[in-house]
Design a protein around this ligand. Sequence first.
Ligand code: FES
Ligand SMILES: [Fe+2]
Length: 345
Amino acid sequence: MDKKSLIEERVNNGLLGQWYPVAKSVEIKADAPYGTRLLGDKIVLWRDGSGAIQCIEDFCPHRGAPLSYGEIHEGNIGCRYHGVIVDGEGVVQRVPAMPECALEGRKALKSFKVTEANDAVFVYVPSVDQPEPPELVLPKELVSDEWTGFLCTSVWETNYRYALDNLADPMHGCYLHSESFTLAYGSKQDLMKLDKTDDGFRIERVGQTGENFDWTEFELHPGVMFCFLDIPYPPAAGPGGFMRIVGFVSPIDARTCKVFFWRLRKVEGLARDSWRFLYRAKLEPNHWNVLEQDRVMLEGMPDDARKREMLYQHDLGVSRIRQMLTRAAKTQIEAELAESQVAAE
Ligand code: FES
Ligand SMILES: [Fe+2]
């Protein structure tokens, strides 16, 4: 494959050298493995005796059965098929069916670094130019105590790029979500403007900030990328002004992604409790409805829609996010090509 195709393929499958959220913290247990996929590869996660999360390839070194069908034995994972036990480093610990089997002690599988933060589990996918994970930079809203919120996740049958494009496109709010109780306001015509920020960019409707879902900011740090935006909230939805959404998108494979959205408000004390109560009791279904509108629209778009699309001024953010992915993919592919050249010499 030529370099250009390699770059395109990397963008399509998802960048390496990134921390990606893969699950909610509560989904990873000490008594049952959790199997999922990331960038097309099957992985399995579980908690060891200390509560730390382990993550390795979901592939039994014996004959390839999914380890996620197996069980946890003293902090390691045991294959359901013939009982081989593998630890969190991907090393075969025991082959119970065969005494003193030579497989024991062999590092057979890739293992992945894991970080848990704000109810989510992040896995690092190494790249040639960044084999060791950089520290996971989190959005300020997730780090500060001033904000409170809820994490919601959903699997969408669409390439992750369409989910990112959707986030970089504030204009869809007043059309796609026009029926929604918080997004029905504001003008349906506007220009977009794009500004560079310290860590990324901000895409904004020129005339509309504060009226609707009007802007999105993307932040790109070494090894992680996320975005945030505000949804205006009527007073009936409780204290705290805007609701802020912090979003991450993880590529599951070239046709599937998983979105992670934290819905947050900056409220304290009693107001915090009352909003949290209101959210659970009444508001959450509305937010799910809005998210479903996004999902259905994106899943309805053909996978190769990009080849025929005709962008116009509103798509500044869409173009920018694609440009950034392409640049990052180019750096990775060039590092890989350079390394394989060194190896060949
Ligand atoms: S395939 Fe896992 S023990 Fe045989
Ligand atoms: Fe949307």
